[in-house]
Structure formats: C-alpha cells, structure tokens
Design a binder for this molecule. Structure first.
Ligand code: FES
Ligand code: FE2
Length: 345
C-alpha cells in the first residue's frame, strides 16, 4: 500500500519536546519524544504486553513507561524493566524507527532500518544560503489519499481554477505542458511567454509589465514535491537561457506523509531568492500559501469523496500524464519492496 524504504516527515521539530506525542504514519501508530541529549526517539506506539499505546504512559528519565503495568523501554525499543518479574522476556521490545532531524523537520525511515541512509533525506537546494529567504513552514491534515495530493502537485493547470486570486490566472489555462522523468520522480513544466503575472507573485516582482513565467512541478519518491515558480520580464525567459538579475524564484517544498489510505499530513515551507531577512515578506508568503493550500484541501477532500462514491467511471485527460507516470513509479517501487516485506513477515 505504501512505499516503506524511504524517509517521511513525521513532525516539525518544534512540535516535539519531552512529552509523549502520538503520530500516525503509513497506518502505523508511532510515539515521538525528545531525549535529554536532544535526540528524538520514535517507537512503535504499542506495548508488547496488552498493546496499550505507549503514548498513554509517561517519560521516566530517558525511558518510556507503559501506563498499564509499567514495562519500560529505552530509545532503542529495548525493554529495560518488567515490574514484578526477574528477567525481561525475549520478545518484550518495540520497533524503533531511524530518525533524522533536518530543515526543522523530523524524518522517520519507515522500512528496513538497515537501509536507512541519512544521505537519502530529501535535498533542499540553497538551504543555509544567506542570499535565500526561508518562509516559516506549516502543516495540515487532508482527508485524501496522498496520491491525490501528488496528482495535484504534478498539475500546473489547476491554479487557473483553484487559485485564481493567488497563484493562477487565465494565462495558466492553455499553454501545453512538458513531462520529464527523472531517477527519483516526475517533472511537469512549461514556460508561459508574455503573460500577466498572477496576483500573489505580482506584488514581489522587481519589474513591471508582462512576464515570462515558468512553472516547474516536480514530485519525487515517495511523495515529496518541489514547486518552483520563476518570473522574468517578458522575452527574457526560456529553457537553458541565462536569466536576468531581477529574476524571481520561489521554491515551494511540499512533503506528503500518508496517515492512512484516505488521509495525509501535508508539510511545507518555501525558499525565495530575494529579501532573505524580511519578516514581513515571510509573513505575507506564509499567509497567502496557507490560504491557497486551504483551497487545495477543499478540492482534494471532495475528490476523495467523489472517487469513493462514483456512479460512473472517471476519465483521464492529457494533463494527467505526469501524475500517471508518478503513480506507475510508485507501483514499481511497491512491487520491488514486496518480496523483502514478505521475507521479513
Ligand atoms: S500493557 Fe503495557 S505493561 Fe501491560
Ligand atoms: Fe494548488
């Protein structure tokens, strides 16, 4: 059902302290807590005795004590105490998920721990570059399968209808789309030439008049997207060209973590190539982006309900070719992972 050998975002770092915080990812219950040395422990949220969620227990130093009969676990998932028993039963342990903290996010490896390479955490270009501004991130839960979100993030045309007051305008309705496959995912993109800038972007552009606009919509395994918006004065844009100094670039990073088959926790932040330290610009970005993503949420939840209850088969259009290629990639990865999973079970 879900690609497992991958890093997924579990939470913003700021969300996790010494409390026991329950999260659900890939239909698994997980408890997160921060140890005294700052590291995050991510444990299966089910005591091996009677499966009480460990998140209903309590922290005791750097261990987690079950709230039913006191079995106690360290951050590796090993049981360190069984009250009233002389020895710890061999099977008294919980799964511990490999954890990496990066970009202010907590990433968990959901598959075979032996394959958990921190180098495989999604790479954010320009991170730490003082010339780029970072727009504080946010998150929301969307009652929709994560693949409807990846469909949406490989669909540059939807902005014309879903976000007409922010990211889109009529210029986004007709220009044909290109699809490029990469080793890790799919890019759907286009340059729109000599068009009116869409409302959200217009306020930040360092030039007047019509623009050339590039939409770059890229989704990588297992469900991580870069939405790159480029605006340059009309007649200066195009693939492979050196772009002028007043070029506007916004990279929107979007990380989809399936909660279960019909809901997704969606995390995001943006980076921009101007006004790096400007808190007002960041606040304006955060508010506009949140507003636009709420528009997506309404559509995606209705799509999930519509697809669940359809009376007549749905159809696909030319614009669905990028999203379909990504779904094929996911299907391939799932069939590659399945033999390993069966062996492990
Ligand atoms: S259910 Fe956890 S110790 Fe009994
Ligand atoms: Fe959208």
């Amino acid at each position: 059902m879900f690609v497992r050998n991958a890093w997924y975002v579990a939470a913003w770092s700021s969300e996790i302290g010494t409390a026991l915080t329950a999260v659900r990812m890939l239909d698994e219950a997980i408890v997160l807590t921060r140890m005294s040395d700052g590291r995050i422990a991510a444990l299966e949220d089910a005591c091996p005795h009677r499966k009480l969620p460990l998140s209903m227990g309590r922290r005791k130093g750097d261990t987690v004590e079950c709230g039913y009969h006191g079995l106690t676990f360290d951050s590796s998932g090993a049981c360190t105490r069984v009250p009233g028993a002389e020895r710890v039963p061999h099977r008294a342990r919980v799964h511990a998920y490999p954890v990496v903290e990066r970009y202010g996010l907590i990433w968990l490896w959901m598959g075979d721990p032996a394959l958990a390479d921190p180098e495989l955490v999604f790479e954010v270009a320009h991170w730490g570059n003082p010339a780029w501004g970072v727009n504080a991130g946010d998150a929301m839960e969307v009652d929709s399968n994560y693949l409807y979100l990846t469909d949406n993030l490989l669909d540059p045309s939807h902005v014309a209808w879903v976000h007409p007051t922010s990211f889109g305008n009529a210029a986004c309705e007709e220009t044909p789309l290109e699809t490029t496959l990469t080793d890790t995912g799919v890019i759907v993109w286009r340059w729109m030439k000599g068009v009116e800038p869409a409302p959200f972007y217009k306020q930040f552009l360092r030039f007047d008049g019509p623009c050339d606009r590039k939409q770059h919509y890229e989704v990588c395994m297992p469900g991580h997207a870069i939405i790159r918006a480029i605006f340059v004065p009309a007649r200066t844009g195009g693939e492979g060209r050196d772009l002028p100094p007043e070029t506007f670039i916004m990279d929107s990073f979007n990380f989809m973590t399936p909660v279960d088959a019909s809901s997704t926790r969606y995390f995001w932040f943006q980076m921009r190539n101007f006004a790096p330290g400007d808190a007002e610009v960041s606040a304006l970005f955060a508010k506009s982006v949140r507003g636009a993503f709420e528009e997506d949420r309404v559509v995606l939840e209705a799509v999930q309900r519509g697809m669940d209850s359809m009376r007549t088969p749905h159809i696909d259009l030319g614009i669905d070719s990028g999203p379909k290629r990504f779904r094929q990639m996911v299907a391939r990865r799932l069939s590659e992972e399945r033999p390993g999973r069966e062996a492990a079970e």
